[in-house]
Ligand binder design. Sequence first.
Ligand code: PMP
Length: 313
Amino acid sequence: MTHPNFAYFEGEIVPYSKAKVGVATHALNYGTGAFGGVRGYWNEDEEQLFVFRPIDHFKRLLNSGKLLRATYEHTPEDLTAITLELLRKEAYRQDCYIRPLIYKADEKIGVRLHDLKDEITIFSIPFTRYIENDENASVGFSSWQRVDDNAIPARGKITGSYINSALIKSDAMLSGFDEALVLNQNGHVSEGSAENIFMVRNGKLITPSVTENILEGITRRTIMMLAQDELGLEVQERAIDRTEVYVCDEFFMTGTAAQVTAITKIDNRPVADGKMGSITAQLKQMYDDLVRGRIEKFRYWNEPVYVREPAKS
Ligand code: PMP
């Protein structure tokens, strides 16, 4: 990975080499931060970089901040404007990933959330695929349990809680799977290490509800809307049993990084005939068109980075 050239740090855009924190920083010691993950998509025909749903990503980031008792003057609109400026400085002509991070910045000892300075930083990197074989990935159930809302709320994208995801992901990969599924305290299927999950059963699209210790994914919301409005599917949010996924017709994961990743094997059992299903394939294609600004009616979700001169008449 090449490192970023610039970062938004302590209120201004600076060369990346200047965006540094001390080793005593609270968030580094106690995991008292929260982050986001946003993508920028290059549209070759229009020679434009589109950031996907930045306002929704920044709203979620500030909500994660609320869980951490963090207060900010920035609005989602301010943070979007800063991101666009940062991307213009990077001058990308390729897909990229944007990482905003809020963190307790005091260099102080003492576990707590209150009476600490809150900072925000943003950087970006060039990015392509997160899961290589996104048309036929395999997953296994993790022996780890998803963090519970009463331990560390999964609806916040809290840095410290990503130890849970890291345990899940490494064990899955070192066991030969591409990703993992994780159960919550009730034994229901919650999500992947960094993805929401969907299954197709009897023509319905089913995904765990937001009370199943999931991150409330923006890709999840996008896919639910596409399935309902564009494919006319019934979408249900409900608890999913472990063995339901062994007998489902299609299964896929969603996330800003993972996009739409088809899962064709679960615990070494083929999902249906072991090939990407047709609903998954349609949603995957539609999502790619949407994020690159190719669907006119959803262009309000595509934030252009570069300012274009109007064509001369
Ligand atoms: N669950 C977890 C635990 C995640 O880290 C992510 C990635 N942000 C997701 C789900 C998917 O969320 P989104 O679609 O907003 O990227």
